[in-house]
Design a protein around this ligand. Structure first.
Ligand code: ATP
Ligand code: MG
Length: 988
């Protein structure tokens, strides 16, 4: 089977980090919810067309964990089908079938879509979205793929229905303005009946109620009897890509497990909450209209086909098993989990079976997610991975899995299951096998991290649930967990909110998701400063893209160019001219300015318009940022310093050469850093993001522990060594596959064109990269790491400087050093030794001062001892004194000395104001006084309050502090009065 790479974009603009590009507005899609109780259309829509992920809005809430599915048993399933159908064979047959009908077989795209507004890939068509929307030219007339997908909105169905997983493979055939309905229907039928050998009488078809054309094709041309073609409403069988844009009806194919029950039973194919009779396995979308602003539909010039067939569903039908989980694609994972839990799947009760299915599904999902570069974390895709992993951990423990399966009872069990997933992996992700080590490592770390807090969290959750049930009982409300508590469990104990909800629902307790959302929002606000969110002000991208061509980038070879103004925007609105003093966004036909992508920030510089009688520059625009929008339109953002500008004008563009040089040095240094890092700590580390600025670089990478001083020095020295070799860089444009074969490093999850730009430092580094680089490593001059720190679990960050910034950094540091040397009067190499000695001397001197102060305080106390007052009738000697500026230690020594000297029964209360607005208080009572019912701790605490503080201690000795020295005299007066009263009464 030949698998070709996709080439759709003319300009190979690739990046080393996820580009922060603005894309299309979110789209909507009609997807049918599997049953009234299952996730809403809205959640499917969100998931499909990419509202950014936010906790609590993903349709990921879990309310059930036990199976409610009615599954046909193996024996009940129809007996037809043709022999041995492994999952692999089904996939191969599908792709080959369409390849034989002119389709190009293309690889699955990553689970992390190219489109930053979409969380995860949930259908085969996602990689073709720009072609369907007319944003990119088609690469081939028609294509076929097997696409790995994750649908988090189906998590509630996992193990509960027979047909849903979160992770599945979608087989698809796509036509980009080539064939249409007739061929799509005929081929789908032929594939189902001839290739897969499904009996025609078991197949049912749904069509959109108004799509007479489809009805007629299915009936008249394909030969499906009318009774087995169902017309359905727009909610189920009409697909739209948004309020406006491409849309069209769709047709689905269903398999009937019990034709003998007759058609009266088949009232509604839609009611698939119970999928024991019918299962939808193939959906054909006929994209034939453009929906206009006024809601009317105009026929599309280029009609498209987008289809999807679930591999596991077809395997379930052909392998004659009761559900997708028992197919050869998933069952080996379940068997492994069952053996680790020492249970038998066949004999297990329904709840255990459901749990095993959850494990089987989620394990596949997390292995493929990690393989595509998604690291468990608390945000976005990382959060999806985290909650799936944590759900497996909890579910595994619930069914009795303990230990790693290799004899270590404290070990993680996920790696053993992942090994099975990886063994089952196929060509849809050839990288899974090569990334085995890092996948297993990541799973192990995440599991152990979770287990550490699981016990404590579960205990707390248990208590909270008890309280909730009790409170509800007392006041007659339904038991509910507050948002604050749910957030505490999430934030401190790593309990994904869905797991909390799941455990709570097992106890009949609901969770306050709204309250949780508020807590999350508060936290988000607090950490907002840390996020650098790019916001272009282009409001109506669709309009602009129609009228403005892609920007030609000249900046690899040139820092200046003449260009024509193609569009102007003020506050996101298109305008024709802009005058002096205004902030403006300028779209040009060509530009030497680099637009932010691949981690490298946009160029700064100036645009000039010449003119006027003296031929001088009439208009001066300062550009301080350039972003890419709508794929390849460069948005130059700046301010008009002089003159005005209008659309159609010719301008002269000049990039700030010095700043660009800084970006170049840092970008090449970033590549060298990545190579050095891999060579020092191992090639399994991978880039997680980067920032290439004019004055510094930041490199984020996946690694599980801090780097040692020694490792950092090695990395630094390797990079500097490569700078010193003055190696000439080579930049080539080549086929993606050739680049990969040559060993070029690509970013996990990044989508590349077939033609890619490869930047090579021969012998050191080769990366797919669209950024600007130095010509020779010597231009970098030097490299210095400034910091290394963890930024999220399993993700670390190195910050460094190169080029001019390196020289400046070294000079500034050297100046500090020189000043230090001159103050300490030593040479630079002796500074450390000298500082150690000075610190040691300081410590000794401080100790001495403290001990002298105590001695002085004792002497002062000795001179006061004779002035102690004796209180009748028990002859208690009391002393209450203000000791001036004696510090707390001195006060303590003095009090101890005095209570000893005055002999039992004695009470000593001393106060002082040692400076800095502080008050110190001490009370020392002998045993006789304590017997009279006064305790030093309580006594001194009450006095300290008067001085704006507090404190306490034992009955015989206590210290306290305060912040109001001005109140000390009055406080001591009160102390005297109180102690006299306490020891003078007859009964004391
Ligand atoms: P359902 O109503 O059964 O959830 P759907 O309408 O959501 O299906 P589509 O969006 O049309 O499904 O996706 C196309 C095909 O992908 C389906 O016909 C099915 O074969 C497969 N598919 C969809 N969702 C899943 C899932 N969660 N698990 C396995 N296969 C799936
Ligand atoms: Mg669905």
């Amino acid at each position: 089977m030949e698998v070709a790479a996709l080439s759709c974009r003319p300009l190979p603009f690739v990046s080393t980090a996820p580009a922060r590009r603005l894309r299309f507005p979110p789209y909507t899609l009609r997807l049918r919810p599997p049953s009234p109780s299952l996730p809403s259309i809205r959640s499917c829509v969100r998931e499909y067309w990419g509202e950014r992920h936010s906790v609590g809005s993903t349709g990921f809430a879990i309310t059930h964990s036990s199976s409610a599915s009615v599954e046909p048993t193996t024996q009940e399933v129809g007996a037809e089908g043709s022999g041995e159908w492994s999952g692999d064979a089904i996939r191969r047959r599908f792709l080959d079938f369409y390849a034989a009908r002119g389709h190009k077989i293309l690889p699955s795209s990553s689970l992390v879509p190219d489109d930053p507004t979409v969380l995860l890939t949930i259908a085969g068509m996602l990689q073709f979205k720009p072609i369907f929307l007319g944003k990119e030219p088609r690469c081939v007339p028609c294509a076929t793929t097997s696409q790995k997908c994750i649908r988090t909105n189906d998590i509630e169905n996992v193990g509960r229905t027979a047909r849903h997983q979160t992770f599945f493979e979608m087989l698809g055939n796509f036509s980009f303005g080539d064939y249409f309905k007739k061929e799509a229907a005929a081929w789908a039928w032929e594939l189902a009946t001839k290739e897969y050998g499904l009996p025609a009488e078991r197949l049912w078809i749904s069509v959109f109620e108004e799509d007479d054309e489809a009805f007629s094709i299915w009936h008249n041309e394909v030969g499906v009897p009318k009774e087995r073609i169902k017309r359905m409403g727009a909610d189920d069988n009409f697909w739209t890509s948004g309020p406006t844009g491409p849309c069209g009806p769709c047709s689905e194919m269903y398999y009937d497990f019990y034709p003998e029950r007759g058609s009266s039973d088949a009232v509604c194919l839609m009611d698939l909450g119970d999928d024991s009779r019918f299962i939808e396995f193939y959906n054909l979308v006929f994209m034939q209209y453009n929906k206009k602003d006024d809601g009317s539909l105009e026929p599309l010039r280029q009609k498209n086909i987008d289809t999807g067939m679930g591999l596991e569903r077809m395997a379930r039908i052909l392998q004659k098993v009761p559900n997708n989980y028992e197919t050869d694609l998933i069952f080996p994972i379940i068997e492994k989990a069952a053996s680790m839990a020492m249970v038998s799947y066949a004999k297990a009760d329904e709840a255990t079976k459901t749990n095993l299915k959850i494990i089987g599904d989620h394990m596949r999902a997390v292995v493929y997610l990690i393989s595509d570069g998604v690291i468990p974390s608390n945000i976005g895709r990382g959060y999806v991975a985290r909650r799936l992993i944590r759900r497996v951990v909890r579910t595994g423990r619930l069914i009795g899995i303990r230990g790693d399966g290799h004899g270590n009872s404290e070990g993680a069990f996920l790696p053993s299951l992942a090994e099975v997933v990886i063994k089952l992996s196929t060509e849809i992700d050839p990288d899974v096998k090569s990334r085995q080590k890092s996948i297993l490592g990541e799973l192990q770390r995440e599991e152990l991290r979770f287990v550490q807090t699981l016990g404590r969290g579960e205990k707390l959750l248990d208590e909270l649930l008890d309280d909730a049930v009790l409170n509800a009982g007392n006041n007659g409300n339904k038991p509910s967990l507050s948002g604050k508590d749910v957030f505490l469990l999430y934030d401190t104990y790593g309990f994904p909110v869905e797991i909390t909800a799941e455990i709570a629902s097992e106890r009949g307790v609901t969770v306050d998701m709204k309250g949780f959302g508020i807590e999350m929002e508060n936290q988000r606000k607090q950490s907002q400063a840390a996020h650098n969110v790019v916001k272009l002000s282009v409001k109506n991208e669709n309009e602009i893209v129609k009228s403005i061509p892609d920007t030609e980038f000249l900046g690899y070879d040139s820092l200046s160019a003449t260009a024509v103004v193609k569009g102007l925007l003020v506050n996101g609105n298109p305008v024709n001219d802009v005058s002096e003093g205004s902030q403006v966004e300028i779209l040009l036909d060509r530009t030497p300015f680099y637009a932010e992508s691949g981690g490298q920030i946009g160029d700064n510089g100036f645009l000039y318009v010449n003119g006027g009688e003296d031929g001088k520059q009439k208009t001066v625009i300062e550009i301080n940022d350039v972003q890419k929008s709508l794929g390849n339109i460069f948005v130059h953002k700046g301010i008009i310093k002089e003159g005005s500008i209008e659309v159609g004008k010719e301008i002269n563009a000049f990039v700030d050469a010095q700043l660009r040089q800084g970006a170049k040095a840092h970008h090449t240094a970033t590549h060298l850093l990545q190579s050095a890092l891999k060579s020092v700590v191992g090639s399994e580390t991978s880039q997680a993001g980067s920032l290439v600025a004019f004055d510094r670089l930041r490199f984020d990478f996946n690694f599980h522990r801090p780097l040692s001083e020694e490792e950092l020095m090695k990395i630094e020295s390797l990079v500097n060594q490569w700078i010193g070799t003055a190696t000439q860089l080579e930049t080539k444009v080549m086929a993606l596959q050739d680049a990969k074969n040559a060993g070029a490093i690509a970013m996990f999850g990044e989508k590349y064109s077939e033609e890619v730009r490869v930047v090579e430092v021969p012998g050191v580094s080769m990366e797919l990269c669209g950024g600007t680089h130095v010509n020779n490593t010597a231009e970098i001059r030097g490299f210095k790491i400034i910091s290394e720190q963890g930024i999220a679990s399993g993700v670390r960050r190195i910050e460094a400087v190169a080029g001019d910034a390196f020289v400046e950094y070294v000079c500034v540091r050297d100046n500090y050093m020189r000043r230090l040397c001159s103050s300490l009067k030593v040479k630079a190499e002796d500074v450390n030794g000298r500082v150690d000695t000075v610190l040691e001397e300081l410590r000794a001197a401080r100790n001495e001062v403290s001990s002298l102060r105590s001695k002085i305080a004792v002497l002062k106390a000795a001179s006061l001892a004779s002035s102690a007052t004796t209180i009748e009738p028990h002859n208690v000697r009391i002393m209450v004194e203000n000791m001036g500026d004696v510090d707390a230690d001195g006060l303590k020594s003095a009090a101890e000395y005095l209570v000893d000297t005055l002999q039992d029964p004695a009470a000593v209360i001393l106060g002082s104001s040692p400076g800095d607005g502080k008050v110190s208080l001490v009370a020392a009572f002998s045993p006789g006084v304590i017997k009279m019912g006064v305790q030093a701790g309580k006594f001194v605490g009450a006095i300290a309050k008067l001085c704006g503080g507090g404190g306490g201690g034992k009955p015989n000795f206590a210290q306290a502090g305060g912040r109001k020295p001005e109140n000390l005299p009055d406080a001591l007066k009160k102390a005297r009065a109180d102690i006299v009263a306490a020891v003078s009464s007859d009964s004391s």
